[in-house]
Design a protein around this ligand. Sequence first.
Ligand code: KIV
Ligand code: ZN
Length: 385
Amino acid sequence: MSQVKIFDTTLRDGEQALPASLSAREKLQIALTLERLGVDIIEAGFPVSSPGDFASVQQIAQQLKTSIPCGLSRAVAADIDACGQALQVAERFRIHTFIATSDIHVNAKLRKSQDDVVEMAVAAIKHAKQYTNDVEFSCEDAGRTHIDYLCRMVESAITAGATTVNIPDTVGYTIPSEFGGIIQTLFNRVPNIDKATISVHCHNDLGLAVANSLSAVEHGARQVECTINGIGERAGNCSLEEIVMALKTRYALLGLDTNIDTQEITRASRLVSQLCNMPVQANKAIVGANAFSHSSGIHQDGVLKAQNTYEIMTPESVGLNKNTLNMTSRSGRHVIKHRLHELGYQDSDYDLDTLYASFLRLADKKGQVFDYDLEALLFFDQQRQ
Ligand code: KIV
Ligand code: ZN
């Protein structure tokens, strides 16, 4: 099995997009939940950004036992020093430094030459190496960076000592074939590429963050950066639960795996949703309220006969107790019978045809029928007999 490292940036890229910051205590609670989930690297914050963020990164670094704490820094010495100082309480830690590489960012934002940007990146990586051997370098807006320059930057970063090189699609612009092609070209053209782990960090502006990350993995990337529930700037980041379950469900056969304990996914999703005050849409893959619920009678009949007729992964595998069969006017008799059985009733306690007719009348009026409705119908029909 080849491991794909999971780098979680809920506390940095995710948190920076929230209307209100999380408290230090909430950040620690999320970090410990991510560690329990089995995340390899936790980006805990951007220490130079505020004294509060510095203290929170430091506290998280102190508490983590198995996950590697990481802090973000621009490619400038003061940022890197703040990262090093906040993180050095931990035995092992990572400094993540970045600079933009696309023409639009280099010319309009940084207002520097391409040579200057390479020089800044190399100096930043060397500076970070004074604190730790574990240095990650990101080429911001790599998805829109000229491929020749990207190859040059990646090669220079590895020569300077970066042990992980991250290729972000910062604005979620690329499509899977193109993004996979960028990763493939790096593997073909950068001579020292095998000396570093290639990472990807995809944003979701076109809803392609997970697809782009998977395409990158197919072409050799072995770290994926992601957030719980996909929270992050604008349309968010690659969602941890989706990339992990896609790898587990479809890529295990290709020999790819992660260290994530997937049964912890639901717990982590709910915690992040609550603390960040970001509800999860009902039809969100893996963690939405409807992700394991079935409504049509045909589907309900199918899953009662064999769960995998309409479920490609089990609810238990993501930490849910079981699936849900919604009782609506589309439900058949078998679902009513199944539900009453689960509620402790025997077949002899009711007449299924009579009860089903009452059920349909109620469902047409009410939409969803709940357990207490079903029991009320059953008692009412019993009294009429
Ligand atoms: O989206 C991005 O490019 C980033 C970098 C700082 C990695 O978040
Ligand atoms: Zn980002």
